[in-house]
Write a protein that binds this ligand. Structure first.
Ligand code: 8NA
Ligand code: MG
Ligand code: MG
Length: 345
């Protein structure tokens, strides 16, 4: 499909939901044998299993708020987005939110709150969260704005409503940029894709605040750039074990330990893999491989799914998967509206 085609928008938004719903099965598991992943995925083809049986979690719950806010306000409105996050949390608190972010979501529902970014700043003794909760809901920014500057600015502000540590919101920028480039056909040239992300993140991480946060957390001077260089090294290797991916990139709830991992999953699965069935196409490979890493599987599969879905398009997604995931059909409908917004702005 052509660059920024409707199929790519639908693929991105729907596959993000599928990654969350399908990945939920293994969230927090230390080791996930590939046989378990394949058994779980083939179970989705079972017609007797009814519609929408796999529920979405916080990842999709918050992404839906981002989508509805961007569509209703025809752009970024922090007051509106914050209100939607708070309302969604109070309506369905049991979606598997991170233990810290719950405090922010409760404070955001206070009608007297004057600065919607303040509750996030108060997290973790004023350091802010570096969790992947900003990145897990960042894909819609890439689907609403065609201009990279708008994508970066809005992904950052959207994340800062809950994640004020630079390692949290810069992870959201990286995820949004990966979807942005993928939407434009960037994954046709994988080396150039990763190089473009490094170039962008060199600039994004070139701030005093980012350098200070990295120093406090004993990370490299530009932590996301360092991780993207590791992605590049792993890409150049002919055989990479799951253990190496986990030790080099991580599979945890920090944005730094999950966004570069999701990007690697997409790149690694562009070609067939020996450990996966021949019948699998690119998107199926990407979701399966993300789950096999264990750890924060719903979020890594959600982020990898969005990037991969923007590349392969809606036609690459098995209909049986869409049918069994809560919110997948809503995402398909919303993608059409985001496509219209993107081409109008
Ligand atoms: P968050 O902001 O509460 O961050 C998640 C966790 O990261 C916190 O609870 C802390 O343990 C830790 N953390 C973040 N920032 C700091 C800091 N500055 N200092 C010390 N510790 C810190 O929530 P979030 O929205 O970022 O949540 C992200 C993940 O949590 C998502 O994957 C989501 O699905 C959820 N979740 C994950 C698991 C899992 O097992 N991986 C389980 C349930 C929920
Ligand atoms: Mg989740
Ligand atoms: Mg998660």
């Amino acid at each position: 499909s052509g660059s920024a085609s409707l199929s790519r928008f639908r693929g991105a938004l729907v596959a993000g939901v599928l990654g969350d719903c399908i990945g939920g099965e293994f969230e927090g598991a230390e080791e996930v044998p590939m046989e378990s992943v394949l058994a779980h995925l083939s179970g989705l083809d079972d017609e007797t299993k009814g519609n929408g049986v796999l529920e979405y979690s916080d990842d999709t719950a918050m992404a839906r708020c981002v989508v509805q806010s961007l569509l209703t306000r025809t752009g970024f409105d922090e007051q509106d987005m914050a209100r939607r996050f708070a309302k969604e949390y109070s309506a369905s608190p049991g979606r598997g939110y991170g233990s810290g972010v719950i405090q922010v979501l409760k404070k955001l529902s206070c009608p007297r709150l004057s600065d919607v970014f303040q509750p996030a700043r108060d997290q973790f003794n004023g350091r802010g969260s570096f969790g992947n909760g900003g990145a897990m809901r960042a894909a819609p920014f890439a689907l609403a704005f065609s201009n990279a500057t708008d994508v970066k600015r809005c992904a950052r502000l959207g994340a800062m409503l809950t994640h004020s540590c630079s390692l949290g919101y810069n992870g959201a920028i990286l995820q949004a940029l990966a979807v942005h480039f993928s939407l434009q056909g960037g994954l046709e040239a994988p080396q150039q894709f990763i190089n473009s992300l490094i170039t962008e993140m060199e600039e994004v991480e070139d701030t005093d605040v980012a350098r200070k946060d990295a120093r406090i957390l004993k990370e490299a001077e530009k932590p996301f750039c360092e991780r993207l260089h590791r992605v590049k090294e792993l890409m150049e290797r002919s055989n990479v074990s799951i253990e190496e991916v986990i030790s080099e990139l991580g599979n945890g709830i920090a944005a730094l330990h999950s966004v570069p991992t999701a990007i690697f999953c997409v790149l690694h699965c562009l070609k067939p893999l020996e450990c996966l069935p021949q019948s699998y196409r690119g998107l199926e490979r990407t979701i399966a491989y993300s789950l096999a890493l264990g750890g924060d599987t719903d979020t890594i599969a959600c982020m990898a799914g969005a990037i991969a879905g923007a590349h392969y398009g809606i036609e690459s997604i098995p209909l049986s998967w869409i049918k069994c995931c809560e919110g997948a059909e809503d995402a398909d409908r919303d993608a059409e509206r985001l496509h219209a917004l993107y081409h109008q702005m």
